[in-house]
Design a protein around this ligand. Structure first.
Ligand SMILES: [Zn+2]
Length: 203
């Protein structure tokens, strides 16, 4: 995790690229994690501790995802909304933890109303809850929805999906493990209900 910067005698912590630090000398900087800073009673800078600040400091990296990838984004308050070909996402910054949390739009037959994405309903994305940069969030969203779109187009058939052979093998192994667990759970349930069945098992 990147260290936050505190100027001597001050109680606000900044990111290294914050313009409030431009006239200060690096040798005077005090470095600590956001957690340590909060423990000392310091608070996040209202300039660099915002999503707007990161959007302006990471535009090149973010536009790389938007251009040619059918993605668009907008900032409302301190939340970034991202629309892809198949869904919508919300990204919220938590300066105290120096992380972004990612939320996915709930499944709905209605098209996304990107004029007012704040009115959509979202759930926390359990498998990728936190990221330290907007770029990491955009990368996750792009990969997630590209995979889902491919999955939808192939009716869930992994062999026909437009993914790398290595990733296809990983998915197929994962699917086989899932099927084994399912069958084991099924037999365990049968044996609990009918204990005599256990004697019929050959292994
Ligand atoms: Zn700052």
């Amino acid at each position: 995790m990147r260290a936050m910067i505190i100027l001597p005698g001050r109680t606000i912590y900044h990111e290294q690229c914050c313009w409030h630090l431009r006239r200060s000398q690096q040798k005077n900087w005090i470095r600590m994690s956001p957690k340590q800073a909060e423990g000392c009673g310091f608070r996040a800078c209202k300039c660099c501790g915002t999503t707007r600040f990161h959007l302006t400091s990471e535009p090149k990296a973010l536009n790389r995802f938007v251009q040619g990838k059918h993605m668009e984004y907008k900032l409302l308050g301190n939340t970034v909304y991202v629309k892809t070909e198949i869904s919508c996402w919300s990204i919220r910054y938590l300066p105290r933890k120096f992380i972004y949390s990612i939320y996915h739009r709930n499944a709905s037959p209605e098209p996304v109303n990107f004029a007012h994405p704040e009115l959509e309903r979202y759930h926390c994305q359990a498998d990728k809850r936190d990221a330290h940069t907007l770029e990491a969030c955009f990368q996750y969203i792009h990969s997630h929805d590209a995979y889902r779109k491919s999955e939808l187009e192939c009716g869930g058939d992994i062999r026909r999906m437009n993914i790398s052979p290595k990733y296809r093998q990983q998915l197929m192994r994962k699917e086989r493990r899932r099927q084994h667990r399912r069958i084991n759970a099924l037999f365990a349930a049968l044996e609990r209900e009918h204990p005599k069945y256990a004697a019929l098992a050959c292994c």
